[in-house]
Design a protein around this ligand. Sequence first.
Ligand SMILES: Cc1cc2nc3c(=O)[nH]c(=O)nc-3n(C[C@H](O)[C@H](O)[C@H](O)COP(=O)(O)O)c2cc1C
Length: 156
Amino acid sequence: MNSKTLVAYFTKGGASEEYAKVIGEMLTANGLVVETCNLAHDIPDVAAFDTVVLGTGVRISRVYRRWKKVLKQKALSSKHLFMFLSSGTAIEEPDKAVEKFLRPLVEQYGLKPKSLVSFPGKIPEKWAKLDGQKETMKPDKAKAWAQEIAHQVQSK
Ligand SMILES: Cc1cc2nc3c(=O)[nH]c(=O)nc-3n(C[C@H](O)[C@H](O)[C@H](O)COP(=O)(O)O)c2cc1C
């Protein structure tokens, strides 16, 4: 199946962009037709896609406001929807990050995602020095998740 897929993200620190790229590459390698979109530049109409992957970061307990513009689109309810978060909480407690930051939005907007995940975000340099933690990114997790997405979409 040549499913048309949107991978859209909003980032401030760069983590969500890195994960979106890894995911887009993996989906493409699995034969999907992928369009990757930085929501800072454009808010695409999701109606044009079969599968939608949405990623955001979180700061001060809030996901980015511009990212939520996509969540408001009515057409999202008929898409294969997958959502990811990049966050500091996810470094130690990925499930907690999902429940705290993504689940309330899924309920608020009445979404039916096939999968919700969180990936470890970037720690700003000045904070990283405090606890010695510098390299937190786990692109392999995003790759594995993208592989699952490809399987789900292609088995439809
Ligand atoms: C000012 C600031 C506030 C943050 N607040 C939170 C927070 O409340 N909860 C959390 O889990 N991570 C927090 N983080 C970590 C970010 O989620 C992490 O940097 C992530 O990479 C952000 O995604 P992005 O790089 O795609 O913008 C914060 C980071 C910064 C710089």
